[in-house]
Write a protein that binds this ligand. Structure first.
Ligand code: GDP
Ligand code: IMO
Ligand code: MG
Length: 435
């Protein structure tokens, strides 16, 4: 199965985020020699639970725990230097070696005005709020596209930083004071603060292009770590209830600087059910006792947002959305996480189609107003009502669980790769080789 032909694997969230990507990247990092986080910012929260403890990563690739693996924060990521420094400090204090962490000098910086504007824009949206993480992600990507962004390399160059910041702050301060009536941001203080962040991160900031190209040339196994999920994609997700970047396979190429012809495999990560944080349509959403069971309240891995601490909305597996995300991203391998969460549920529902009035829909409609009207068509299957947390081989899973997993793969339209049955590194069933 392995060989040079499988050396670049993109692992992407294929629902609305929090699918358990961190868990799987930590596991696969020992096989990959290079892990690249390619998009998003500290809106992401990736949980890793391994021999060193439980970690919540926001910007640092989840491959950081393998001492032999090189970890890159790619050009497509937007970086809050403050958040990144805190993360590095925490890892160091817990004995994790961060010397093989490289940050693309082309990655954009999340500035203080991005965070302020993110929050002010959300307030203005009132009932139409998106439910952003408030980390300034949308405004930072908007500035990148408007060509007013500040990049990591700029933090290392006094004159460039001062000049860029002077121009940008003039505009931002007009916006802050005149439109929103809030305090202006000081050029002098911001300049010094960000210059200092640059100094502190200097040993990590570099041109990551040669690192990635050398690895490609030598067929070194590369794992591209997705953040967010396909349904939060700015182009293909449930717009406007999306994030501001392309979190899928195309974003992996763009954000890492790897051509699409070099990607060998795309792993779509799916929870065995569905969750969503923030606002926006969610056809298979449920409440009541089944929802509480899916949330696993009271456990350390309850469905509470890793970044914002918000309660995640929960629902049944949505086969329509799942296949849609797989199609857009060329998912060829399915990873199903949190199968154990369904262990105690007597009757499990799977959404296999959407009904709109009297019409069956094959694909999710593009607009929120229509998507909110669809009625999910469910198939009901019996649960297995026994613990799967200690199972490590597919054939040892209860028959009903095997059938459930097979049905998900059939709906997605890709082969089974990995199942996870608990948050710990070894709570994994490998159904096929990944590298
Ligand atoms: P990510 O953003 O995709 O990396 O996912 P998060 O870390 O935000 O959320 C996933 C949550 O589920 C975390 O609390 C993980 O520790 C936990 N988790 C991951 N895999 C499993 C699993 O197979 N079973 C259970 N019960 N929890 C899991
Ligand atoms: P990981 O990588 C879940 C959601 C927010 C909100 C929308 C826009 O941990 O899977 P933003 O702050 O990005 O402008 O918010 O996107 N969102 C996530 N939901 N997991 C994430 O990341 C998310 N990153 C953003 O809740 O609905
Ligand atoms: Mg998360």
């Amino acid at each position: 199965m392995k060989g040079a032909a499988m050396s670049v694997v993109a692992l992407i969230g294929a629902q609305w985020g929090d699918e358990g990507k961190g868990h799987l990247v930590d596991l696969l990092a020992s096989k990959a020699r290079l892990v690249v986080r390619y998009g998003g910012g500290n809106n992401a929260g990736h949980t890793v639970d391994n021999h060193l403890g439980t970690f919540k990563l926001h910007l640092i690739p989840s491959g950081i725990f393998d001492p032999a693996t090189v970890n890159v924060i790619g050009s497509g990521v937007v970086i809050s230097p403050e958040a990144l420094l805190l993360e590095i400090a925490e890892l160091k204090s817990r004995g994790v070696n961060t010397s093989k962490l490289f940050i693309s000098e082309r990655a954009h910086v999340v500035m203080p005005y991005h965070v302020i504007l993110d929050k002010l824009q959300e307030q203005d949206r009132g009932d139409g709020k998106i439910g952003t993480t408030g980390r300034g992600i949308g405004p930072a990507y908007a500035d990148k596209m408007s060509r007013t962004g500040i990049r990591m390399a700029d933090l290392l160059h006094e004159e460039t930083l001062l000049n860029r910041l002077r121009g940008v702050l003039e505009e931002k301060n007009r916006l802050l004071t005149k439109l929103y009536g809030v305090k202006a941001i000081s050029l002098h203080e911001t300049y010094l603060r960000y210059l200092n962040f640059g100094h502190q991160l200097a040993e990590h900031i570099t041109d990551t292009h040669p690192i990635i190209q050398r690895a490609l040339a030598k067929d070194i196994p590369i794992l591209l770590e997705g953040a967010q999920g396909g349904l939060l994609d700015v182009d293909h997700g449930t717009y406007p209830y999306v994030t501001s970047s392309p979190p899928g396979a195309a974003g992996a190429c763009q954000g890492a600087g790897i051509g699409p012809t070099r990607i060998d495999s795309v792993i779509g990560v799916y929870k065995a059910y569905t969750t969503r944080v923030g606002e926006g349509p969610f056809p298979t959403e449920i409440d009541g006792p089944d929802a509480d069971a899916l949330r696993q309240m009271g456990t350390p891995w309850a469905e509470v947002g890793t970044t914002t601490g918000r309660l995640r909305r929960v629902g049944w597996f949505d086969g329509v959305m799942a296949r849609y995300a797989a199609q857009i991203n060329g998912v060829d391998t399915v990873a199903i996480t949190k199968l154990d969460v369904l262990d105690g549920i007597e009757t499990i529902k799977i959404c296999t189609g959407y009904k709109l009035h009297d019409t069956m829909l094959e694909f999710p409609p593009a607009t929120t107003a229509v998507l909110e009207q669809v009625e999910p068509v469910y198939e009901e299957v019996s649960g297995w009502m026994t613990s799967t947390v200690d199972i490590r081989r597919f054939q040892d899973l209860p028959e009903a669980a095997q059938a459930y997993v097979a049905r998900i793969c059939q709906l997605v339209g890709a082969r089974l790769g990995i199942i996870s049955v608990g948050p710990k590194r070894d709570q994994i069933i490998m159904a096929s080789e990944v590298f």
